[in-house]
Design a binder for this molecule. Structure first.
Ligand SMILES: N[C@@H]1[C@@H](O)[C@H](O)[C@@H](COP(=O)(O)O)O[C@@H]1O
Length: 222
């Protein structure tokens, strides 16, 4: 789907997720023999306090795993600045850049074990825009595996809001493993509620969810 989008629109605008879930997608995209030099991209989120050169910043992850791996043009890929002096101003500027690009064609998403999308922790308003948020303890614990210790995981982040994500023309949610099964079932079959941000996808007109058997194992109507 991603390759087909880019073949039809070489300057497509992708929303880029970090985390482990989308990595196989990025690897597979690399095998497609596509010219990705005109593709534009916007990261979902960034840790607050980690600069773009910090090895655990999402800017660096996107740089390593997406830009360098796939030959994207660095100038066309935007990640919120985690070291911005004014987080609200940075968030507003990020929204402006998405709008100026004509919006996101396809937003790649993972799902947090607590039902977060990007860093929109429960509860998050469906009307929320890009903003500074505090991370849930469970999210910091989940992500500690990427850091040297739990203490090193930042406490805050800048994240695209749920309304920002919802405006993407196509949502592509990827999850694998038993660890995600409960969250996937609640997102797809549970009540649509701001208490469980990922349930918002039920309201979007164009969503694709890619799961392995383990992540799908708690769906009642599969
Ligand atoms: N902020 C990120 C999300 O954008 C990501 O989708 C999610 C799942 O991560 P993973 O794919 O590693 O399970 O949690 C992280 O905290």
């Amino acid at each position: 789907m991603v390759a087909a989008l880019i073949r039809g629109k070489p300057d497509a605008v992708l929303g880029l997720a970090t985390g482990s879930s989308p990595m196989p997608l990025y690897e597979a995209l690399g095998a497609e023999n596509l010219d990705l030099g005109r593709v534009r991209g916007f990261s979902l989120d960034e840790y607050l306090g980690l600069g773009s050169t910090h090895k655990h910043s999402y800017a660096q992850v996107i740089r390593r795993e997406v830009v360098d791996r796939l030959g994207l043009a660095p100038a066309l890929i935007h990640t919120p600045d985690g070291e911005a002096a004014d987080g609200a101003l940075e968030a507003a500027g990020f929204e402006d850049r998405i709008r100026a690009a004509g919006g996101i064609d396809l937003q790649v998403l993972g799902i947090g074990s607590n039902g977060h999308l990007a860093f929109n922790e429960p509860p998050s308003a469906f009307t929320s825009r890009t903003r500074v948020v505090e991370l849930a303890d469970s999210t910091r614990a989940d992500n500690a595996r990427f850091f040297d210790s739990l203490e090193d995981v930042p406490t805050h982040a800048i994240t695209q809001g749920l309304a920002t994500i919802f405006e993407a023309r196509h949502l592509l949610l990827i999850a694998h493993g038993h660890r995600k099964a409960e969250a996937v079932a609640r997102a797809i079959e549970g009540p649509v509620t701001e208490q469980f941000p990922a349930s918002m996808i039920q309201l979007h007109p164009n969503v694709t969810v890619i799961l392995d058997e383990a992540a799908a194992s708690k769906l009642q109507r599969a």
